[in-house]
Design a protein around this ligand. Sequence first.
Ligand code: HEM
Length: 477
Amino acid sequence: KNYPPGPKWLPIVGSALEINKIRKKTKYLYKSYKELSKLYSKDGHLLGLKVGKDRIVMVNTVEANKEMLYNEDIDGRPKGIFYQTRTWGERKGVLLTDGELWKEQRRFLIKHLKEFGFGRKGMSEISSSEAGHMVDDVLEILNNNESAVVPMHNFFATYILNTLWTMMAGIRYKPSDPRMVLLQTILFELFSAIDMVGCLFSHFPFLSILAPKTSGYTEFVRIHQRIWQFLRDEIAAHKSRFDPNKEDKDFMDVYLRVLREHGEVNTYSEGQLVATCLDMFMAGTETTNKSMSFCFSYLVREQGVQKKAQEEIDRVVGKDRMPCLDDRPNMPYNEAVVHECIRHFMGRTFGVPHRALRDTTLVGYNIPKDTMVVSNFPNILMDEELFPEPYSFNPDRFIVNGKLCLPDYFFPFGLSKHRCMGDVLAKCNIFMLTTTLLQKFSLLPAPGEPLPSLEHVDGATASAAPFNALVVCRTIK
Ligand code: HEM
């Protein structure tokens, strides 16, 4: 009763058939939800759905999102096969957990990551060092030539992972490392095959037994097994060289010391360590990397925007040193590029689902316990009234009187207690990698190839369609 408006529910499938029908027409899930909202939701705030066993409420407007994100009754994370298969059937980690475990482990993670630079000056040094490695790698690809065609798909992924992994595990990888290439390929496959709200086997769990292959269950488990193995190998390496008398070098050392000294007590366990690493690996790299894939697909198309960003870099930084985070206040245009690329990414990606912990209400509608409640970021970030010509890449929309100005309806990292843990790192990396690359090189359309497509790859996190760019050395006057 008084559940948010939406399509009719049929037995077993709920509203899945109608969503599917519209998705075939619109291609993208966020566009399907927009159409359904137009059809069913008079006030536009919420769209109420049921897909298989899951009750899902899409939260469309700024007002409803603010109410939802500050409502403690909707502070849970979903339960069920999809969320728990990632962590061996248990609820572990920091991304998809709630209650005491989430509170304690999130606090512990942030506190100790700070010791290794997270959110502090050390982080900009790590990011700057990765930007330097990136330039060296591009020069190697150019091999003394003026230009080269470079696949931009996943180009930034390893540098982004390295900034996080330096703090988590004290290591960095080369983008050519076969383990990295494999991990990035399977992660891309995984995120394209699922939606933020689940997939076939999560809405219809019996399919994981009756049709494990067709429902995506087998592939989901296979990909996770690979990632678990990668993480477990690194933890094993840390264990084998652990010396209690030496200072901890990274988060894994800190966590292993706690386990050695106190055993697996309260919410601390080796499984929790693996799950936290898994969460950071997925939440920390996919998001930033895909934001950057949108950024450069537009910068190749929009040479005017690229030139404007380069003019500011040349004026403020010059050519004799690399950009650094302290330049940010003097570089509002490049700062605005960072926010515009995040807008394009989250403008096609839903928030991490919340769960109603008890029966509650939202903008006057009833939300029963255990309903999945999801921020429909695309509805806000691609709204023509809030962001005119939303599909154009226009950093100037965030500049007022020559200064960066972010409206209060721009909150792509969420709000309140579950707010993204990595927003500072993400913005730092996007700024450092973008400005450092544009200082040294221009990116042009690859000769003989179409411009980067405006279509994107749908999935749990959206990505620009793969594209190549002609990377050309710049000579700065
Ligand atoms: C452009 C980059 C990123 C965007 C747009 C983004 C966005 C988000 C959003 C919308 C949420 C959900 C907030 C909510 O549920 O209310 C979230 C949660 C989270 N993000 Fe990010 N994120 C980004 C980068 C990162 C990075 C770099 C890290 C890791 C350092 C990270 C770690 C997390 C974690 C752990 C959570 C769960 C927080 C919790 O439930 O307590 N994210 N992020």
